[in-house]
Design a protein. Sequence first.
Length: 449
Amino acid sequence: MDELLGIRVPQSAQAEQAVIGAMLIDPECIPAVLKDARPEHFYSRVNREIFETVLTMFNYGEQIDSVTLMARMQELGYYHEESTRAYLTELIRVTPTTANLGEYLRILKDKALQRDLAQVAADISSTVQEGLGSAGDMLELAERSIYALRRDRSIGGLKPVGEAAQAVYDELVLRLNEPERRPGLDTGLYDLDNCILGMNPGELILVASRPGMGKSSIALNIALHVAASTRKTVAVFSLEMSREQLAMRLISSAAMLPNEKLQRASVTESELRRVAQTVGELSKTRILIDDNPMLSVADMNAQCRRIGEDLALVVVDYLQLMQSAGGKNKGGENRQAIVADISRMMKIMAKDLHVPVLCLSQLSRAAEGREDKRPRLSDLRESGAIEQDADVVIGLYRESYYNQESANPNEAQLLVLKNRRGQIGKIDVTWMPEYTSYGNLDKRHQEPG
C-alpha cells in the first residue's frame, strides 16, 4: 500500500533471498539464522512464509531440505502450485555460498528496524495531529516507542507462543550447561538468591519494613553488589535521603567503618586511607543517584531509557513518598488510588526497561499490635494493589527492633512473602548496625553449595 502511494519502504529483496537460500543449501547454518532473525524481519510475504515454515520445522526437530520444506508449506497453506517450487529452486540457484550470511543478516535486520522506525514516526505524527492527549502524554508514548525499538522489542501486539517457548528452551539449555548460572541478577545474599532465583528482567521486587528497620541499607547493599558484579549501570532514585547521605552509607558499608565515625569525622589516618581507597572503588562503579523528592514514575522511566542497554537494575526508595505516577491525575483521587496507580506504573516500567525494579515500601502499624510482629502481606500500606503488582515481596524483620534486650541483636530475617517464581520462606541474615549493612550469616557462607 505504501509503495502504491509512492512511499519507498525500506527492504532488501537480495538479503532476504540470500538468508533463505543459505538455509536451503546448508542446513547447518539454520540455528545461527534462527537465533538472529524473526519472521517480521522479512518484508516479502513469500519470504516470510518460507521462514516461518523453516522455524516450525526446526522447533519440531524435522529434517529440512527443499522437498520436506514444500511438503510442510502445503500443510501450513503456504504452498502455491504455480510458483513455490520454482521460487525455491531459484533461491538455491542464486545462493552459491553462505560465506556472507552474517552481512545479509545484518542488512535484513537493519531494513526491518528502518520499517519499524518509519511506523513509529507515523504513529507519533498521527497522535499529534489528532490531538490525542496532552503534550506530555505524547512525549511519553514517543519515548516508550523509540526505546522499545532500541531494545529490539515492540510495545504490545500478538506474538506466536512458539517464540516465547523457544526463549524458555534456550535459557533452560544454557542453565543446564552452566549449573551455577541463575536466570536473574544476584543480590549478594546467597540464600535469598537461591530462594527467588535472582532478580529477573521485568520483575517488580518489593522490600518492605517498618521505618528504621534497614530497607534503604539492604537496597544499597544490593545496588553495590549488582554494579560491581555486572559492571553495568544501577539507577538509584532516592526520595528520602540525599546523594551525600547515600554515599556515606555506601562508604561505611564497603570500607567496614562505623557510619557514626564518618558523620563525626572522627577517623584515624589509616581509616582515612581506607575511605580514600573505597571512594576510588566506588567511583569505578556505575551507580547513578537522583535525589529529587518530587520524582514521578514517568520521570524515572524517561531517565532510565536514556541509559539504554547498559542499565542493569533500578532502585526506588521509597514508594509511599511518591506523589504521582506522572500521568494524568484524576481530581479528587484518594491516596489509595494514587498509590495503586504508582504501583502499576512501576510494574510497567520494569517490563518496558526489561530490567528488575527494586522498590522499597513501608509497612503499616498493624504489626505493632500483634504478638508476632513479623511482616505480612496485609501490612503493606495504602493499597492491596502493591501486593498484586509485585512479583516478589520481601519483608524485613529484626527482633532487636522491638526488643532492645534481644539476645541476638545482629540477627535478622528476610521473609519472602510472595514469589511468583516459586517458594516463599524465611532467610536468616546478619544485621550490622554500625555499618548500616546486611550480610550473609557466616555459618551459611561456610556451608557447601
